[in-house]
Design a protein around this ligand. Sequence first.
Ligand SMILES: Nc1ncnc2c1ncn2[C@@H]1O[C@H](COP(=O)(O)OP(=O)(O)O)[C@@H](O)[C@H]1O
Ligand SMILES: N[C@@H](CCC(=O)OP(=O)(O)O)C(=O)O
Length: 370
Amino acid sequence: MATKAQQTIVVKLGTSVLTGGTKKLDRSRIVELIRQCAKQQALGHRIIIVTSGAVAAGREYLNYPELPKTIASKQLLASVGQSRLIQLWEQLFSIYNIHIGQMLLTRADLEDRERFLNAQDALKALLDNHIVPVINENDAVATAEIKVGDNDNLSALVAILAQADKLILLTDQAGLYTADPRTNPDVKLIEEVEEIDDALKAIAGDSVSGLGTGGMATKLQAAEIANRSGIQTIVAAGSRPDVISDVINDIPVGTRFHSKKSILESRKQWLFGAPPAGRLVLDDGAVEALLKSGRSLLPKGIIEVRDNFSRGEVLDITNKEGKSIARGMSRYNSDALRMIAGHHSQEIIHILGYEYGAVAVHRDDMIIKS
Ligand SMILES: Nc1ncnc2c1ncn2[C@@H]1O[C@H](COP(=O)(O)OP(=O)(O)O)[C@@H](O)[C@H]1O
Ligand SMILES: N[C@@H](CCC(=O)OP(=O)(O)O)C(=O)O
């Protein structure tokens, strides 16, 4: 397949990369990775950073010698460290005149459809304005029930949120080996993975450095989640020169986990996988805009809103005669849609007192029935 000219890429940097295996953040490594990101952004790619390192930054700042043992001490270090970490990203990105925007997420933010959409809108707003999102887990508030727990899994969820083309997991190893290279001298790098099966999971061990969380095991989980959504995942060494540009240009690097499904197929499965929560009936103009011009659905073209649903739920979209023509995810809840149906998008703010954008269902969140 030809390399896409403008890609959305999630780059996850593990503590192992950010510290170079030391007790401190390694500024020269971070600035080198930022240089690579800046270069790719200038070429038109959209870069999203998922950064670990808050705990490491807290340890460095407070001169805390021990690895944190209790959840409370980890949260303490993360909360002190996160502000140091984000300051560092801001300072170093400013060398390239690039602004950053911090997003701290938990699992609860990504599992709830409405909060997922809010996070997606924020992410999109940052990217549209050439601001690099710098994301970490909100460790200070994350309890067992709501936390993702490791940034490998978090980065896969962020890749889905961003509808990314690729997820790059940068770590202290060149990729996935046939066994942990720290404890086995005789290992081989696995360059291509077509299927993540139990045999593969058995060779991906935990982190032994004490710095990272989850080791290769969580990187495999991340690849599995991202692959299911049609997103290719690459595990590679953060220290490899020009690693980000090589991944973007499809030059073989580290371990590449191929996705069997295309992004379109996975979206189709999601939209058609469950019964719709409601129905929108459209006028002829809107039907034509969707079917012939490939447009998003504007509230103006909606003549009826059936059932009650929340923002983010999947709806059936029909013509006046009741024939189903598409499925799509609603940007507004049913009450709001009833109020703005038939109105111009500029009126949304006056009618509702707020707005989530001009469209009722975005083209990217819609599949036309064939
Ligand atoms: N099969 C394997 N191939 C490569 N690394 C492995 C494997 N199994 C376990 N690991 C461990 O995973 C570590 C990387 O994960 P981790 O320590 O969590 O780093 P990060 O901070 O980058 O997430 C490696 O240093 C290595 O010890
Ligand atoms: N959120 C934590 C990192 C958790 C984590 O998964 O670490 P890592 O395995 O180094 O990517 C922090 O900022 O310290």
